[in-house]
Design a protein around this ligand. Structure first.
Ligand code: BGC
Length: 469
């Protein structure tokens, strides 16, 4: 059912699991700062210790082996490697830590899949303007080159930036993520633009300098819900859905996979709204210049983070002020047949993954796809025997198999989110995505496999051994 060499993985991110926020010379990141300011995170929680993977990595490795993973997706903490964000000062202890993680994985026959940036910008770079500053692209490129140089002999799958959409919107428009800016209708577009420039610069560096020898593949991880019109056949809803997809997935996938530039409907919607509100001057959606790297073609595969689905109708905005919501002019609603599980945004719709994969095949020129995140959380009373999550994983993986077999989508791998319970950003530890439970009240942070972890292990062993193509 799955191609030979299919990657069976699970993922984590540095800030969500490592802890050791000041250990051995690590510099602060924007998430350290954000969490230490009151009122930003559920229960004033933070990732200071989290799952303490910085000290307990061997325990994570045991979990990885218990699941039988072929791949493990981790992210590097930029500020652990380069405390002030620049290569002027390298923290050797940080290098040692990731060297050990990578070597241990390989010794256990598990391929490391490495994300360079998963939301945790060094605070020192935020102090210089962060992702809003055009200079960030060169700084990111230096960091990326440092990582390719240091770890690229052993890492063959790289993600430059995780979810630029989330970083841009939640961090700079909604203020719900670090750095907590609420500069509505402007900053997010600028941040997205600089993230694309940074990603593309690093991809070109890899391609020209490291790829010939290291022979790996590089992409960026894009999140998208599956979106469909609230009423099929209603022209306004169909158009709103198209706009909504352009503002989420298209914003980044269109430039990288289709044209080298933003989707036209995104630009025209933003510019129309600017005119309506009397906002003069240049388009709020920046333009790529001749000095920028070529954006088109800077992905060796499509990395998709899929969680949930939405129905879409037109409307929804913020009145007379500029904001992305008004630009998008699309309102997302839930279908009553989708159960809400865990986090309030997470409606369970496994077939959305199949539909989205088909859409990606048709829209983005049939790329090789890795589902780099997919999962389902628990909130409140935690069940180790989490039967519902077992069903979710079974159904979702079957939908993915159908996308491969019947729709001909070139899916190469699947990474469950997440290996273990972790710091779920603004929700702190109240939302649990792990295949392993972590006891955050225990200083040893003991890990216990959930039933869904056992289920995923069973699925992996079934398909790994019966792989054919
Ligand atoms: C992020 C993860 C996060 C997950 C669940 C994704 O947006 O990449 O870091 O934990 O969703 O919310």
């Amino acid at each position: 059912m799955f191609p030979r060499d299919f990657a069976w993985g699970a993922g984590t991110a540095a800030y969500q699991i490592e802890g050791g926020w000041q250990a051995d010379g690590k510099g602060p990141s924007i998430w350290d700062t954000f969490c230490h300011e009151s009122g930003n995170v559920f229960g004033e929680q933070n990732g200071d210790v989290a799952g303490n993977s910085y000290e307990l990595w061997e325990k994570d490795l045991e979990c990885i082996q218990l699941l039988g993973l072929t791949h493990y997706r981790l992210s590097l903490s930029w500020a652990r490697l380069l405390p002030d964000g620049t290569t002027r000062h390298v923290n050797q202890k940080g290098v040692q830590y990731y060297n050990k993680v990578i070597d241990d994985l390989l010794a256990c026959n598990v391929s490391p899949t490495v994300t360079l940036y998963h939301f945790d910008l060094p605070q020192a770079l935020q102090d210089q303007g962060g992702w809003k500053s055009p200079g960030i692209a060169a700084l990111f490129d230096n960091y990326a080159k440092f990582c390719f140089q240091t770890f690229g002999d052993r890492v063959k799958l790289w993600i430059t930036i995780n979810e630029p959409h989330v970083c841009a919107k939640l961090g700079h428009e909604d203020g719900l993520h670090a750095p907590g800016l609420k500069e509505k209708g402007t900053a997010a577009y600028l941040v997205g633009h600089n993230m694309l420039r940074a990603h593309a610069t690093a991809w070109h560096s890899y391609s020209s300098v490291y790829r010939p020898e290291q022979k790996g593949a590089v992409s960026l991880a894009l999140n998208s819900d599956w979106l469909e019109p609230s009423q099929q056949g209603c022209k306004e809803d169909v158009a709103a859905t198209e706009r909504d997809l352009a503002f989420t997935l298209g914003w980044f996938a269109w430039p990288v996979f289709v044209t080298g530039d933003y989707p036209e409907i995104m630009r025209s919607a933003i510019d129309a709204q600017s005119r309506k509100l009397g906002h003069s001057g240049a388009s709020r959606l920046p333009r790529f210049s001749n000095d920028d790297p070529t954006i088109l073609g800077t992905a060796d595969f499509f990395a998709l983070n899929y969680y949930t689905s939405r129905k879409v109708k037109s409307g929804g905005g913020c009145g007379q002020t500029l904001c992305m919501k008004s630009d998008r002019d699309a309102e997302e609603v839930l279908d009553s047949s989708w159960p809400i599980c865990g986090a309030s945004w997470l409606a369970v719709a496994p077939d959305g993954l199949r539909k989205l994969l088909k859409y990606i095949k048709d829209t983005f020129k049939n790329p090789a796809v890795y589902v780099t995140e997919n999962g389902f959380s628990q909130v409140g009373l935690l069940q180790i025997e989490d039967v519902q999550r077992c069903e979710f994983y079974k159904e979702t993986i079957m939908e993915m198999a159908t996308a491969i077999q019947e729709d001909g989508v070139d899916v190469r791998g699947y990474f469950a989110w997440s290996l273990m319970d972790n710091f779920e950003w603004a929700d702190g530890y109240s939302v649990r995505f792990g295949l392993f439970h972590v006891d955050f009240s225990d200083s040893k942070r003991s890990r216990t496999i959930y039933r869904s972890g056992r289920e995923y292990a069973r699925i992996i062993s079934k398909y790994k051994s019966g792989q054919s193509k």
